[in-house]
Write a protein that binds this ligand. Sequence first.
Ligand code: AMP
Length: 194
Amino acid sequence: MRLVLFGPPGAGKGTQATRIAAAWGVPHVSTGAMLRDAVSGGTALGTRVKDVMDRGLLVSDDLIGEVVEQRLRQPDARRGFLLDGFPRTPRQVEILDRILSGLGATLDRVVLLEVPERVVLQRLAGRAAAGDGGTVRADDNEDTIRERMRVYRAQTEPVADIYRRRGILAEIDGTGTIDEVFAAVASELKGQRA
Ligand code: AMP
């Protein structure tokens, strides 16, 4: 199964992505996690992206495209993958199309986790104050959260329209419990095995 999961910051993408990837037996490819690893590992990539990430902005489409292409060329992604956090702009949709056509593959489904902005802000404020079950992120402070929401609306929401027109978008209500949301995603993906 080749799947994209996306939604506003704080929609619970990371949690759901981990569960979906385990249930379907495909690698969880999180661009945010890869970039955070690069920053904490002090790599050349990390040095390039740290400031942009701390400000809640997006790293360049071409740079993130290279990171994703290298990852999807790994043998474990041959039978499928779950992309979390990419594509995030219409240009990244084109880049992903090109990567997939180079691999002779197509996307099966794009899942949009929908959560109203009011709920997102509450969740992210909680994560910033208490840590998300231990996950404290450098970009979880109030100003950066607002900036990430603005960036999401301006640059990432149009991605949903592209996949809706292609007929592969599944819109899932992300406001329930973790189990409820997972059940809704799973029922949407039923029958699509890696
Ligand atoms: P995330 O964990 O998906 O919220 O990503 C954290 C940060 O990493 C984002 O705020 C961006 O700075 C950067 N990032 C992750 N994925 C992408 C992407 N597809 N395009 C550009 N920047 C990204």
